[in-house]
Write a protein that binds this ligand. Sequence first.
Ligand SMILES: Nc1ncnc2c1ncn2[C@@H]1O[C@H](COP(=O)(O)OP(=O)(O)OP(=O)(O)O)[C@@H](O)[C@H]1O
Ligand SMILES: [Mg+2]
Length: 231
Amino acid sequence: MKCVIETRKLNKYYGKGTDHEVHALKNIDLKIKEGSFVSIMGPSGSGKTTLLDVIGCLLRPSSGDLWIDGENTNNKTDKELAKIRGKKIGFVFQQYNLIPGFSALENVEIALRINGKNKKQAREKARAVLNLLGLEKRIYHRPAQLSGGEQQRVAIARALANDPKIILADEPTGNLDTKTGEMITRLLRKINKEKNYTIVIVTHDPRIGKHADNIINIIDGKISKEGFYET
Ligand SMILES: Nc1ncnc2c1ncn2[C@@H]1O[C@H](COP(=O)(O)OP(=O)(O)OP(=O)(O)O)[C@@H](O)[C@H]1O
Ligand SMILES: [Mg+2]
């Protein structure tokens, strides 16, 4: 089966050469299959967010290789990386990161406009994705007028808008109560199954781990264990 994300000997340092140098990722080798639902787990400070940001081309690795959908990202310019990111990757964050002054509809539209859709196309697609997430009655609400679970669904709608192959989510249920968190996890799992998007979730929550096809455990910047969730 095809791997959409592959890394070889990936290293990431913060503040390299200074006396506060951090070796955040150590020789990470990963293969993530197309259409899989993978969870990254590990203690605070172990490198989960760093790994997700490197995979998402938001951060460049200090050394090693990263392939996204078969393409080596090493020699790409920042502009080329931004293009890969825009076309192939959708992000979901713990804090939702929605634009406060924009409605739900506008928050999703902007992602489409940035990727070259015209106004009409963006409006239609944004409505369709928000409908898919059960938000058709909330499209004119601003983030402050939405519940946490609704805001996160808008953020997921935004991540899905450009039909990315890969969705990367950093603790997407971290700010939600248990029940709402479970609903968001099920939703992501459903999208993964129905659309065959590859989903990588960073989480502390073992309940999410149970939904995953594979769990990658990171400790102190290293993959300590990869495999299925065991109770
Ligand atoms: N911008 C930065 N500059 C310097 N050090 C950083 C930076 N970002 C992260 N670090 C350090 O790199 C290590 C890994 O951080 P990272 O944010 O990836 O951990 P994490 O596993 O996501 O933790 P958490 O579960 O608390 O979110 C930590 O020791 C952290 O202090
Ligand atoms: Mg983190």
